[in-house]
Design a protein around this ligand. Structure first.
Ligand SMILES: *Cc1c(COP(=O)(O)O)cnc(C)c1O
Length: 482
């Protein structure tokens, strides 16, 4: 049984690297008022530095992460994040700022935010950007509140948002949260929006359409201009879920296509590590119809000085404490500046090539329900394997044995036994080839030795868990060493 650090305090540690304090204990203690003095000795682990390092390194390799290997989790863009951006975000002059410092003391932080705002506007073709939302779903909420404010200002509060059946789950959730109803639009046999169904459901009650593009099947909505025209003709607005911008950088600008709102996920596309629930940022960009409604404060530049701008009478108000997650903004700013416009375009071109390479190598061994070139990701179906008695979940578990994180499974909901794969641009051909070999091996095992797949994983730290119980009653003291 691996012990917690607190359970290992019994050893008196005998390795000291620091000299003893010169000040006498009682002199230090005389500064502390007696009510605050500790009555008992502090119970902290007495361990050497090497024991602590070994403890955490041992824990870190129990887990799977992008620094350890390929992580093809669709819709999540689990790409490698350059460490230089981490270093920049940790610079003491940035990491040590306090949000209540006066503007005169935080000019360089405001400059970074101002420049990032304009970089994101340039990348997306949107007219205004707010950096405040702390996650993608928070950006959705912010965008929808602006859509509501827009219609209300015209005296025409509308009641529903159109959402394709391939949408990310956060979309209908944000719609409900904002007080709208969601109305589902069907996908057609190509996996894109069914235009006839859209026309049937679009009416004077439609506040907006909310589209992910490329959609969750990894397909670009080819009829997008026609769709936006229909939406605008009906007096509604067009929202693009831009969480996964990894296929569009430097190639297509949502603002140029006619979208009125777009949220970014800086923690997917722009170099903030994610997956463990850490801080993110979901900036939201808007067309000229909505700039009046952006949350306050925005950042203004007058005569070379930066300042927060609060005087915006139609703003939906503040949507974060202070100004959002600043460290995430620093990473995104450095990432964008290091790559430049040509580099950003290369990111997307390589993300698209990598996804299509995997798709073309896997489509004969697995079902590919929508047989088309994909963007940054694609969706296979495990239906053929299911007919042989092996579930998609089993395939995902078997991949763990072979040294890979599993892809997203059972999403999007419109594909049975879905396996959603997003390789990202940061993987080499060698690592893609290793993944292809693993997937082909599993496809072969389903025919020759299905039991090894159905009972996987065999070589991981823990075997197959009761996943509901693992969430409800997590057992972090599991016997890893056994
Ligand atoms: C990840 C994602 C979201 C939600 O982003 P969070 O930061 O997790 O709130 C929304 N839409 C799509 C398409 C996504 O992939």
């Amino acid at each position: 049984m691996r012990k917690l650090l607190f359970e290992r305090t019994e050893n008196e540690c005998n390795t000291h690297y620091t000299p003893a304090l010169e000040a006498e204990d009682h002199i230090l203690e005389s500064y502390i008022p007696s009510p605050y003095k500790r009555k008992h000795k502090l119970r902290i682990p007495q361990l050497t530095e090497s024991e602590v390092i070994r403890h955490y390194i041992a824990l870190s390799i129990l887990n799977y992460h992008i620094d350890k290997g390929f992580y093809p989790l669709g819709s999540c863009t689990m790409k490698y994040n350059p460490k230089v951006n981490e270093t920049m975000a940790r610079l003491p002059g940035l990491a040590g700022l306090h949000p209540l410092q006066p503007e005169s003391m935080i000019q360089s932080a405001l400059e970074i935010m101002y420049e990032l705002t304009h970089d994101l506007a340039e990348i997306s073709g949107m007219k205004g950007v707010s950096l405040q939302p702390a996650a993608g779903a928070h950006g959705e909420l912010t965008g929808l509140k602006m859509i509501r404010a827009y219609h209300e200002r015209l005296g025409d509060a509308r009641e529903h948002i159109l959402i394709p059946d391939s949408a990310h789950g956060t979309n209908p959730a944000s719609v409900t949260f904002t007080g709208y109803k969601s109305v589902e639009i069907k996908s057609n046999e190509n996996g894109t929006i069914d235009l006839e169904d859209l026309k049937r459901k679009l009416n004077a009650g439609t506040a907006a359409i909310m589209i992910t593009n490329p959609n969750t099947l990894g397909l670009f909505e080819t009829q997008i201009k026609e769709i936006i025209q229909l939406i605008h003709d009906a007096g509604a607005l067009a929202y693009m879920d831009g969480a996964n911008l990894n296929a569009l950088l430097g190639i297509v600008r949502p603002g140029d296509i006619g979208f009125d709102v777009l949220h970014f996920n800086l923690h997917k596309t722009f170099s903030t590590p994610h997956g463990g629930g850490g801080p993110g940022a979901g900036p939201v960009g808007v067309s000229s119809k909505l700039t009046d409604f952006l949350p306050v404060p925005l950042i203004r530049k007058d005569n070379g000085k930066y300042a927060f701008e609060y005087d915006r009478p139609h703003s939906i108000g503040k949507i974060s404490t202070f100004y959002g997650n600043f460290g995430v903004m620093v990473r995104a700013y450095c990432y964008i500046r290091l790559l430049g416009s040509a580099g950003l375009r290369r990111v997307s071109e390589n993300a698209i090539i990598n996804a299509n390479y995997l798709r073309s190598k896997l489509e004969s061994s697995f079902e590919l329900p929508y047989r088309k070139k994909c963007m940054h990701e694609f969706v296979l179906s495990g239906e053929r394997q299911r007919e042989q008695g092996v579930k998609t979940l089993d395939i995902a578990k078997r991949l763990l044995d072979l040294g890979f994180h599993a892809p997203t499974i059972y999403f999007p909901l419109i594909v049975k036994e879905a396996i959603m794969i997003e390789p990202t641009e940061t993987e080499s051909k060698e690592s893609l080839d290793r993944f292809i070999d693993a997937m082909l091996q599993i496809a072969e095992e389903v025919a020759s030795n299905p039991d090894i797949v159905k009972s996987a994983p065999h070589d991981t730290v823990v075997g197959r868990l009761d996943e509901v119980k693992a969430i409800k009653q997590p057992n972090v003291r599991f016997n890893f060493d056994a």
